[in-house]
Design a protein around this ligand. Structure first.
Ligand code: NAP
Length: 279
């Protein structure tokens, strides 16, 4: 599954929508100097710039207090030029991540991490949805992968990937199994999957023998190894699966493109072109 090509098309659509909507603003917040976070933020800014979304890049030192960060979030909440706010995770240990996530106005929460938006996804009335699993659903739709009645197995249960992914597959009428680090026999589950989504963060956690013949395999993992960027799935699984996402070039580009799409959605909510549910 070519995530790069589909992401390009999504970005072109977004550029068109941005032209129709006029000025859009996306703010990112980074606390500390984590090199991986720095790369992600730069990619988001580049991608936003290419589609005509104005960006604001706030960088705070790692010793920033929780209150100082809350102040910045409040300022961005109140800034009319800002449609979407992204607080880059992970935050330093002395900051309560959940508290910061709750401080972002739900209507501007383009990451979809706020409990308000997570709750709406859980209830089956999605508002802002996390970009990675939403990008995965876009890929599955593009490749006509049948979800209704399919056995879908999600490996990983994080709030940003695994859990929202499982919810979205459930709402698409798949029979969903969620696996995690305490799952007894992981391969027993993955081998039954018609649709397998792996979001663990460990290269090779799923090998070719762990995949059902003809399955659609989505590899969310991003692991920096001596051989370069690798996913969680052994690439040899491509010989068994019918469809598989490469790393790089699969889920990664879709995440960024979907984030831009989420920013357009926020702008529509904020301009009353789309109804945002009341709190
Ligand atoms: P995370 O918060 O660390 O969660 C990892 C999950 O994997 C946890 O639920 C953990 O189980 C589970 N796990 C760990 N070891 C396992 C094992 N041996 N067998 C089965 N499950 C196991 O990570 P995340 O934020 O969800 O990200 C997962 C991966 O996706 C990372 O490589 C990350 O870099 C990548 N990612 C990529 C994108 C993208 O755009 N391509 C976006 C986000 C994340 P427990 O809950 O029991 O600990």
């Amino acid at each position: 599954m070519d995530g790069k090509a589909l992401a390009e098309r999504v970005r072109a659509e977004v550029a068109e929508e941005v032209r129709e909507l006029g000025e859009l603003g996306l703010a990112t917040v980074l606390v500390g100097a984590d090199p991986a976070s720095d790369i992600y933020i730069r990619r988001k800014h580049e991608a936003a710039g290419e589609v005509g979304i104005a960006t604001r890049d706030s960088r705070l030192p790692s010793e920033t207090s929780e209150d100082e960060l809350l102040e910045l979030v409040a300022e961005l909440n109140g800034d009319d030029a800002i449609d979407g706010i992204l607080v880059q995770l992970p935050l330093p240990d002395h900051i309560d991540e959940a508290r910061i996530i709750r401080a972002v106005e739900p209507i501007k929460d383009v990451d979809g991490f706020h409990p308000f938006n997570a709750g709406h996804l859980y209830l089956g009335n999605p508002t802002h949805v996390p970009a990675t699993p939403l990008g995965v659903v876009t890929l599955l739709e593009e490749y006509d992968v049948e979800l209704q009645g399919a056995n879908a197995v999600v490996v990983g249960r994080s709030n940003i990937v695994g859990k929202p992914m499982a919810m979205m597959l459930l709402h698409a009428h798949a029979t969903v199994t969620i696996c995690h680090s305490r799952t007894r026999d992981l391969a027993e589950h993955t081998r039954r999957a018609d649709v397998l989504v792996v979001a663990v963060g460990r290269y090779g956690v799923v090998g070719p023998g762990d995949v059902k013949a003809g399955a659609a395999v989505i590899d969310v993992g991003m692991n920096r190894t001596d051989e370069g960027l690798r996913g969680d799935v052994d690439p040899a699984a491509a010989e068994v699966a019918e469809l598989i996402t490469p790393v790089p070039g699969g889920v990664g580009p879709m995440t960024i493109a979907t984030l831009l799409r989420n920013t357009v959605r926020a702008a529509r909510y904020r301009r009353n072109l789309l109804a945002f549910p009341g709190g």
